[in-house]
Design a protein around this ligand. Structure first.
Ligand code: PLP
Length: 404
């Protein structure tokens, strides 16, 4: 693998995102088969990684999409998904945008009472909708990525069900699904099941359900020994509890999930090159040709991303802090044991498939990297490296300020 990555770095230059199609398919298959025979529907959350080729791999595997913006819906349609295969879960977007999504024919997930009223007023019983509930359970420890807690802006509180019911009855709204997405990083099967049970209880308010959507939060390993979501354990438990619920509800509902990270995180690496090795009084820095503009998770979420020196795999191990070239303290990893790093070496940053490229930006007027996909044993360019013009493309130059 290291040699393959080195030749990709040589062929396509760095920094470059590299994705492995086989790993994506493998993760999809693992999740799909974890539910003990229950045929779950997986809507891939494309905010994790939205390159059209990645979307088409998942389309071919049988996935649908979870979109959080009208733009993501259009990306999904462009990739070849049918509108009916797309779940639209907006938060704090305008009602105009929601109507645009409805006109396209996607499934709509409503997470706010005023939107539910506007929806009812406009569409009544003509178009069904799903309700996003906040069960107020805590998953994981980082408040940035736990979206189910009491102060979260996401979802309608499970304590507001009577209010939902009044709106629903007044406008004759047909609620066809219940949804929860409790955050990224579910480690404890029982926490997840507790959320599911709250949704089962809530189902009593909704006679027209066709599906339940348990969102995502499946955790993958970022470093050796990481506790990860035990997908088979959760799958088996959910399958049993869901079957029981369907029996008492009186109808066999569909079971949906919206994995992002689980599908693509481990399939991606960011390859960067060491520009400088800088020894200070206390630390040896490896300064690379990338930064928070390309991969912001370490700085934004304090996320651990494993780093390897693929140019010198047998070099003596030494401690380095791997930092970016942006004028911020953009540290990819503190005090990492790496095989001796020399200027010009290529480092591979792991778990870069999810929320890597899709969160990249132009800060410091830097260009976004290229993306490469390994498909059937071959490396293919799937996004060109940007050029300077991409940074100022939409600027409007005022004549009054032009140099004469
Ligand atoms: C982000 C998001 C997901 C995917 O979360 P992962 O942690 O990447 O699996 C699923 N559903 C919704 C509504 C989301 O916003």
């Amino acid at each position: 693998m290291s040699n393959e990555l080195l030749s990709i770095a040589a062929q396509f230059q760095t920094p470059v995102y590299v994705y492995d199609a086989n790993k994506i398919k493998e993760q999809y298959a693992k999740l799909k088969s974890a539910f003990n025979g229950k045929d779950v529907k997986l809507h891939y959350a494309l905010k994790a990684l939205n390159n059209v080729n990645i979307l088409r791999i998942l389309k071919a595997e049988g996935a649908g999409l979870d979109a959080v913006s009208i733009e993501e819906i259009y990306l999904g349609l462009r990739a070849g998904f049918e509108a009916q295969e797309i779940m639209y879960t907006p938060n704090c977007v305008s009602f105009e945008e929601i109507k645009e999504g409805i006109a396209l024919g996607v499934h709509l997930n409503i997470d706010n009472l005023t939107i539910l009223e506007k929806f009812g007023n406009e569409f009544g019983s003509n178009i069904p909708c799903c309700i996003r509930l906040n069960p107020h359970i805590m998953a994981g420890g980082n408040s940035n990525i736990s979206v189910g807690h009491i102060d979260s802006k996401f979802g309608i509180s499970i304590h507001q069900l009577r209010h939902v019911q009044r709106i629903m009855e007044h406008y004759k709204i047909r609620v066809n699904g219940l949804h929860m997405h409790t955050g990224s990083d579910i480690i404890d099967a029982d926490v997840f099941l507790r959320g599911a049970e709250l949704l089962y209880e809530a189902a009593g308010y909704f006679p027209d359900l066709e599906f339940m959507d348990f969102g995502s939060g499946f955790k993958v390993a970022y470093k050796e020994g990481d506790i990860v979501t035990n997908i088979d354990k959760i799958g088996k438990k959910i399958a049993v509890s869901f079957a029981k619920f369907c029996e008492s509800y009186g109808r066999d509902l569909e079971l949906w999930f919206e994995p992002g990270k689980y599908i693509v995180s481990e399939a991606g690496k960011l390859l960067v090159e060491v520009n400088v090795v800088k020894q200070t009084t206390s630390t040896v820095f490896a300064g690379v040709n990338s930064g928070q503009n390309h991969l912001i998770r370490p700085m934004f979420y304090n996320a651990y991303h494993h780093i390897q020196n693929i140019s010198n795999p047998s070099g003596d191990e030494k401690l380095y802090s791997v930092v970016g070239y942006i004028c911020e303290s953009d540290t990819f990893g503190y005090d990492r044991l790496l095989n001796e790093v020399r200027e010009g070496d290529v480092l591979a940053i792991s778990n870069a498939g999810a929320y890597g490229f899709s969160m990249s930006n132009h800060y410091n007027a830097r260009l976004r990297p290229a993306e490469v996909l390994i498909l059937d044993g071959q490396a293919h360019l799937i996004r060109k490296r940007e050029v300077l013009e991409d940074v100022y493309r939409n600027e409007v130059e005022l004549d009054a300020l032009k140099p004469v």
